[in-house]
Write a protein that binds this ligand. Structure first.
Ligand code: NDP
Length: 262
C-alpha cells in the first residue's frame, strides 16, 4: 500500500529536475500522475522512469504545454480531471532562475514573473474548484531566493518572494474549504537547470564555504518534502508555510572566523 494510492496529482515541470524526481517518488508511493512540461522527449523519459519504478500506463497522463499560456493551464487541469475523474494535489514546480539585475527591461521582468508566479496563480484558479471537492492541497516550489534578496537573480527573487506571499494568501482563503497550501523553498539542487560542470563549480566555490551541510542537494531530497506536504495525514496541521530545504545555507551569516575576546 502506498500513501498516495487512489490520489490524483499534477506535477508541473516534471520533464526534468525536481519535478521529475518528485513525480518518481510520488509514483513509487502509489500516486496517479499527470506529468507536464514543454519538452515532449524529456516528458517521455520521465514516463519511462515512472513505468520502471512500478507505475502503469493507466496511472500516467502526459500533457505537453506551457504554464505561461492560459489555454495550456486550462487544458492541463481539464485533461487531468477528464481522464482521472478528480484532482487531489497540484504541485506547482515549473519555473526557472534567469540571471539578471534590475537594469534589465520590463519585458524580461514580465517573462520571469509569468513563468514563476503568474502561472502558479493561473493554475491554482483552475484547480481550486476540483480541490474543493477532494479537500485536496497545493504545494508550490519556491526558492531561498524568495526569502533572501539575490540581486543577480533580481526578477526571479522578486517572483519567488511573491510566490511565498501567494502561498500565505491562498492558505488563509482556502482553509475553510479544507484545502491546505504550502511552499518548499529549495537551496541549490543539482538539476538540469545548469550543466554538471557548472554545478561542480558552484558547489566548490559557493555552496561548500557557505552551507552547514556542505554540498548541493539532490532532487529526491526536495521530493520527500513535497511528498510530506502533499499528504493530508502527515502534514494535516500545516498550511501557509514556506519550508526551507537548503542544507542550512540561508541561516548562515558572514562572520569573522572568531568572535571578539570577552
Ligand atoms: P529544471 O530546469 O531541471 O526543470 C524546470 C522544469 O520546469 C522543467 O520540467 C521545465 O519543463 C519546466 N518549465 C519551465 N518553464 C516552463 C514553462 N513556461 N511551461 C512549462 N514548463 C516549464 O529546473 P529545476 O528542477 O531546478 O527547477 C524546478 C523548480 O525548482 C523551479 O521552480 C525552480 O525555480 C525551483 N528551484 C530550483 C533550485 C535549484 O537549485 N535547482 C533552487 C530553488 C528553486 P520544459 O523544459 O519541458 O519546458
Amino acid at each position: 500500500m502506498g500513501k498516495f494510492d487512489g490520489k490524483v496529482i499534477i506535477v508541473t515541470g516534471s520533464s526534468s529536475g525536481i519535478g521529475r524526481g518528485t513525480a518518481l517518488l510520488l509514483a513509487q508511493q502509489g500516486a496517479t500522475l499527470t506529468i507536464t512540461g514543454r519538452n515532449t522527449e524529456k516528458l517521455e523519459e520521465t514516463k519511462k522512469q515512472l513505468l520502471s519504478a512500478g507505475s502503469t500506463e493507466d496511472k500516467i497522463l502526459v500533457v505537453v504545454g506551457d504554464v505561461t499560456k492560459e489555454e495550456d493551464t486550462k487544458r492541463l487541469i481539464a485533461e487531468t480531471v477528464n481522464k482521472f475523474g478528480k484532482l487531489d494535489v497540484l504541485v506547482n514546480n515549473a519555473g526557472g532562475a534567469t540571471p539578471c539585475d534590475i537594469s534589465q527591461p520590463l519585458t524580461v521582468f514580465d517573462d520571469i514573473i509569468n513563468q514563476n508566479l503568474r502561472s502558479v496563480l493561473a493554475l491554482c484558479q483552475e484547480a481550486i474548484p476540483h480541490l474543493k471537492k477532494t479537500k485536496g492541497n497545493i504545494v508550490n516550489v519556491s526558492s531561498i531566493a524568495g526569502i533572501r534578496a539575490m540581486y543577480t537573480l533580481a526578477y526571479y527573487s522578486i517572483a519567488k518572494a511573491g510566490l511565498d506571499q501567494l502561498n500565505r494568501i491562498l492558505a488563509i482563503q482556502l482553509a475553510p474549504d479544507g484545502i491546505r497550501v504550502n511552499n518548499v523553498n529549495p537551496g541549490a539542487i543539482r538539476t538540469d537547470a545548469m550543466p554538471a560542470e557548472a554545478w561542480d563549480g558552484v558547489e566548490e566555490s559557493w555552496i561548500k564555504p557557505n552551507t552547514p551541510i556542505a554540498r548541493v542537494g539532490q532532487p529526491v531530497e526536495m521530493a520527500h518534502v513535497i511528498s510530506f506536504l502533499a499528504n493530508n495525514e502527515e502534514s494535516s496541521y500545516i498550511t501557509g508555510q514556506s519550508i526551507v530545504a537548503d542544507g542550512g545555507f540561508s541561516i548562515n551569516s558572514p562572520v569573522p572566523p572568531m568572535g571578539p575576546k570577552t
